[in-house]
Ligand binder design. Structure first.
Ligand code: ADP
Length: 376
């Protein structure tokens, strides 16, 4: 019999930082968490050095059973989390083109763990995997299919680990079998994405080939007429790389209000700032638009689930969204909507579809997937 997995280290290895959490799965609790910053720019010289720092911070543990890694892009190759082997690493390296900024440090984190935690199994958990159940009618773009065949241009979606976690938690909360659960999951953070989940599986999501598509975000514009992008590039002689920076890092709430943080914008709007007010209405409008669309896609939701920094905490933004959902028979419970950071229903009892807040926990989801994959 296999030894039961207890201690799981979860690694989120980015270009200049490495976040980690250590879980005891038997106790069902987090034992440690931390962050190593400025990798390659003043701090540790590379991810192996950063990981050595993590090992020291954890007190040189000898009892880590498994390591779960966040990996940005699994494209169509990885439809689920997977135990890392030489072949898996070789496949992952072919996917770097889908995330040239994130994939190298993600994979660097795995390689560092292979060196430092010799013999401990690693599991790759992909941000895109949960969305791989999308049907072609939702995933394909209406351009010449040669671009899909040659370059893999299609919708992939992101935040899959968060969506999967809140779907599992929603099934428990609503006391419905996962395989019969129909929900719209709304991950609202600095980056935001929604997913339409039918019978427990993703059938559509707002992000696309990259995380730029869909909702208005902290610094990303979300959906935009692509011809507008071409016009700007043409008129201002921008290169694709420059335009990428404008759309991903200098747009969204930041471009509209000067801040990418919802708290600042809410307080500016309360003081009468017209652009802040408009930005919040634009944000809420597009979010309500997708909730309405996805409710149709899944044939009627059992619940709308909100999560992420904004979904879990922002009474003001939630109110603006839910107030636009009257046509679905949803009504806000203003008192219940005051809660922050905990599981709660914020719609009235009479609402046709409940709106439920469920805090996300991507690291715990990675740890759970690590245990599941290694147990199979
Ligand atoms: P990330 O996508 O980087 O993980 P988060 O999920 O932490 O981001 O979400 C960040 C967003 O959540 C910010 O716009 C922030 O303003 C918002 N937020 C966090 N706490 C609160 C709060 N108490 N009230 C309103 N908004 C909040």
């Amino acid at each position: 019999m296999k030894k039961a997995i207890d201690k799981v280290l979860v690694i989120n290895s980015g270009s200049s930082s490495l976040k980690y959490q250590l879980f005891s799965m038997k106790k069902g609790e987090r034992l440690a968490k931390g962050l190593v910053e400025r990798i390659g720019c003043g701090g540790p010289k590379d991810h192996t050095e950063a990981l050595k720092q993590v090992v020291a911070e954890l007190g040189n543990p000898k009892d880590i059973d498994a390591i779960g890694h966040r990996v940005l892009h699994g494209a169509e190759v990885f439809k689920d989390s997977v135990k890392v082997t030489k072949k898996v690493m070789a496949e992952c390296k072919k996917l770097v083109k889908f995330g040239p900024l994130h994939m190298p440090p993600n994979l660097g984190g795995i390689e560092a763990c292979e060196k430092i935690f010799k013999g401990v199994p690693n599991v790759a958990v992909f941000d895109t995997a949960f969305h791989q159940t999308m049907p072609d009618c939702a995933a394909m773009y209406a351009i010449d299919p040669k671009y899909y065949k040659k370059m893999g241009i299609r919708k992939y979606g992101f935040h899959g680990t968060s969506h999967k976690f809140i779907v599992q938690e929603a099934a428990k909360f609503l006391k419905k079998p996962l395989a019969k659960l129909n929900v719209v999951t709304c991950h609202m953070g600095n980056g935001s994405s929604f997913a339409a989940v039918k019978n427990g599986e993703c059938v559509d999501t707002t992000m696309g080939l990259t995380p730029l598509a869909g909702l208005i975000m902290g610094t990303r514009c979300g959906d935009i007429d692509t011809a507008a992008v071409l016009s700007i590039m043409d008129a201002e002689k921008k290169t694709p790389a420059e335009m990428d920076t404008i759309l991903n890092k200098k747009s969204g709430l930041l471009a509209l209000t000067g801040s990418s943080d919802c708290r600042d914008i809410v307080s500016k709007a309360e003081k009468g700032d017209k652009m802040a007010e408009l930005a919040l209405e634009m944000l809420a409008y597009r979010m309500a638009l997708y909730i309405g669309a996805y409710n149709t896609v899944i044939g009627g939701a059992d619940a709308i689930i909100m999560t992420g920094g904004i979904g879990e905490n922002s009474t003001e933004v939630r109110e603006r969204i839910v107030n636009r959902l009257g046509a679905l028979g949803i009504k806000l419970d203003k008192k219940a909507n005051k809660i922050r950071g905990q599981v709660a229903v914020i719609s009235t009892k009479a609402s046709k579809i409940p709106v439920v807040i469920i805090p996300t926990n991507e690291e715990l989801m990675i740890a759970r997937d690590t245990v599941r994959v290694l147990g199979e």
